[in-house]
Design a binder for this molecule. Structure first.
Ligand code: LLP
Length: 420
């Protein structure tokens, strides 16, 4: 899957069959707009890549995007869920997922949360010995799997690598076999093994390295007398955020990784947990140009979305391609920084972008905003959370209303003495 190419009609960008200016006019900006068919296609691409080789479950890592409508699309597709908190579990139940389709993988889980998770009846993937002991007390006999630290890391940046030695996630490699035996001893039933190397890496190699580590551990666990039903390789499949960037060879990855398990272990079921791959390019963020400023050393396109709306550029230095949807396809002649309305110099969406001559009112389109866009948005500067829209069959529907100021105050209480 390469970075998406959109059609231009009368100089306006067409997204999922609709003119982006019309969408912005109808729903206001900033707004996240999702193409339903693209979510479905991405899910099917992952499922078919792996299921060609091995029995497969695709667990959508819902941290990427938890909108109930988007979850419902994936439920219809037959997806399972990777959930990291009781909140995500409850959201997915609300979207109609059966508890047996949801796997909970927490980190530093409180006893209280674990109890609530057990109540829901979802599958549990344990991250530590301490969590295992808590679970054995709360719910003896539970089928479990363990997240292990593979010692292999990968990702689009430091902050999203999770599988390296010393990471806060998982059971260290040299403690894995004893932990499985310990689980058995205290009355749990280990049925699987899980690892996640990191998020957004573009090369196949770390996944193969990870698979080799998992295969070796599966065999050691087997020799210790425990047969596992499934191996879960986590998520992390990268997507191209830049034009002409190479895409990850998904089919090659699926074939090599499944081959490692088929050749070397008895495990015949694989679980994958992609978040980004399924939703990133299904969604664009539309943000209106509110101001053009010539600031001596550079020119700014001021827009109404800041890092309160999309934090990835500010937080990770991530690149999101940005186009002028109102002058789409026109020659790019000017260089700009695209920056938001927050009172921080770190508030930007893109540096040094070549665009057509942008004018106030133009609808700027931020690409690949469907993963970790809305879910990481905040109320900073008391700005409301943005609206979300879903397009299917040439029709746009609101799937989340823009927040109101009242909603930002609704949980606050002012002591009586301060009301005078
Ligand atoms: N499974 C586990 C256990 C995970 O921790 C994650 C992501 C995934 C699956 C899904 O990874 P994906 O397929 O989406 O790469 N906020 C960051 C990404 C953090 C990902 C954390 N864990 C970003 O905006 O890039």
């Amino acid at each position: 899957m390469a970075m998406r190419d959109f059609e231009s009609r009368d100089g306006k960008m067409i997204f999922a069959g609709m003119n982006v200016e019309d969408i912005a006019k109808e729903f206001g900006t900033p707004v996240y707009v999702t193409d339903e068919q693209r979510v479905r296609e991405n899910y099917r691409a992952v499922y078919s890549a792996f299921s060609k080789y091995m029995e497969t479950e695709v667990h959508y890592a819902c941290k990427a995007n938890t909108n109930l409508a988007i979850l419902s699309i994936l439920r219809q597709e037959g997806a399972g869920i990777d959930a990291v908190s009781i909140g995500e579990v409850e959201t997915c139940l609300k979207a109609g997922f059966d508890p047996s389709k949801i796997m909970y993988t927490g980190v530093f889980v409180s006893e209280e949360e674990l109890k609530q998770v057990v109540e829901t009846g979802v599958r549990i993937n344990l991250d530590s010995v301490s969590e295992m002991e808590k679970l054995a007390r709360i719910a003896p006999g539970t089928k479990v799997s363990f997240r292990i630290t593979p010692g292999v890391g990968s990702g689009h940046g430091e902050k999203v690598i999770t599988g390296n030695k010393g990471a806060k996630f998982g059971i260290p490699r040299d403690k894995v076999v004893e932990t499985y035996l310990h689980a058995l001893d205290i009355g749990l039933e280990p049925v699987g093994i899980h690892a996640h190397i990191g998020s957004g890496g573009q090369s196949v190699e770390p996944f193969v390295d990870e698979a080799e580590v998992l295969a070796e551990l599966i065999n050691q666990i087997d020799e210790a007398g425990i047969k596992l039903d499934f191996v879960d390789i986590g998520g992390g499949i990268g997507v191209p955020y830049k034009p002409n960037e190479d895409e990850m060879d998904l089919d090659g990855m699926a074939s090599e990784v499944t081959d490692v398990f088929e050749q070397n272990t008895d495990v015949r079921k694989i679980i994958v947990e992609p978040g980004r791959y399924i939703v990133a390019d299904s969604t664009v963020l539309l943000t209106a140009c509110t101001d053009i400023k010539d600031a001596e050393t550079k020119k700014y396109v001021g827009v109404d979305a800041g890092f309160n709306t999309l934090i990835r550029p500010a937080m990770y230095g991530s690149f999101h391609y940005i186009a002028d949807g109102s002058k789409f396809g026109r020659a790019c002649t000017s260089r700009y920084d695209i920056a938001g309305p927050l009172c921080e110099s770190g508030d930007y969406l893109g540096h040094d972008r070549v665009l057509p001559e942008v004018e106030e009112g133009d609808i700027m389109v931020v690409y690949d905003a469907g993963a970790y866009g809305f879910t990481m948005a905040s109320n900073y500067n008391s700005r409301p959370l943005p609206a979300e829209v879903l397009i299917n069959d040439g029709k746009a529907e609101l799937i989340r209303e823009r927040e109101t100021p009242e909603e930002q105050w609704r949980h606050q209480k002012v002591p009586e003495r301060l009301q005078r």
